[in-house]
Design a binder for this molecule. Structure first.
Ligand code: MN
Length: 135
């Protein structure tokens, strides 16, 4: 069975590109366009990794990450944030919310699947306890 990646992304072009790249790399891809939809799918599926856009309508990626991290059944699933901003604060905020790493938009097709594979093999972070969002 091919490993399944859940992609939570509201931008159709990014969703299409990421899905294409992951399928080319041998992954099964499930798509969600909102955080609520993504959380529901994550609870049903056996996932290798979750790719989480931070800029989502309604519930943003930070809130989604916190909710996913509250699910014991998903403790082994790495969550990788996809951020549009080159801001260090964004990345740190994603990590604080429970993400295990981040990738930056625009997606670079030459390095994307290798980076995803790296996060998948690394698994969820263990050393750093997830801190609640304080601010
Ligand atoms: Mn977005």
């Amino acid at each position: 069975m091919r490993p399944t990646v859940l992609v939570i992304e509201d931008n159709e072009q990014n969703l299409y590109l990421v899905t294409y790249l992951l399928e080319q790399a041998g992954y099964e891809v499930r798509q969600a366009r909102t955080g609520v939809e993504g959380i529901a799918l994550a609870r049903q599926l056996r996932l290798a990794l979750i790719l989480l856009d931070i800029q989502l309508p309604g519930m943003d990626g930070y809130a989604v990450a916190r909710e996913l991290r509250a699910e014991p059944a998903l403790a082994e699933v790495p969550i990788v944030a996809v951020t549009s901003y080159a801001m260090v604060g964004d990345r740190e905020r994603a990590l604080r919310a429970g993400c295990d790493g981040y990738l930056e938009k625009p997606i670079d097709p030459d390095t994307f699947t290798e980076a995803v594979e790296g996060y998948r093999q690394a698994g969820p972070r263990r050393a750093v306890p997830h801190q609640g969002e304080q601010s």
